[in-house]
Design a protein around this ligand. Structure first.
Ligand code: FES
Length: 129
């Protein structure tokens, strides 16, 4: 999937995250919701001391509904696609044919977490730039 860089924005701080409590933010702009979550187990693309902090576009790749983080996975309430947050949000059940775009994260010395790029195409954006 293509990786597209956008201006970095702060989406949280490692000291405020609790395992499995998602944080919602908008990136790369107000039209696109993202989800940040600390999984408590290492994940593909994970950052932080435990490599367990990941973020994804919340727009389901099937028809764009907002996915929720529940029971350790991302679940789409529209047609129940499910995505594995530890495996780059690969789809493992349902109608979506591709995983959720992963948002690349960076961490500053003070623990601030920044979104800085998106791997993959966000649903519904005619141009992902
Ligand atoms: Fe998510 Fe259909 S919009 S499964």
């Amino acid at each position: 999937a293509p990786s597209l860089t956008y201006p970095a924005i702060k989406v949280g701080n490692v000291n405020n995250l609790k395992n499995n409590e998602p944080v919602y933010f908008n990136y790369p702009d107000a039209r696109s919701q993202g989800i940040l979550v600390k999984l408590g187990r290492p994940a593909i693309g994970g950052v932080g001391r435990e490599r367990d902090i990941v973020a994804f576009s919340a727009a389901c790749t099937h028809m764009g509904c907002g996915v929720q983080y529940k029971g350790g996975r991302f679940l789409c309430p529209c047609h129940y696609s499910m995505f594995d947050p530890a495996k780059a949000a690969a789809v493992y059940q349902g109608l979506a044919s591709t995983g959720l775009p992963q948002i690349q994260l960076g961490i500053a010395q003070n623990g601030d977490i920044f979104a800085r790029a998106v791997n993959g195409l966000i649903w519904g954006r005619a141009r992902n730039i």
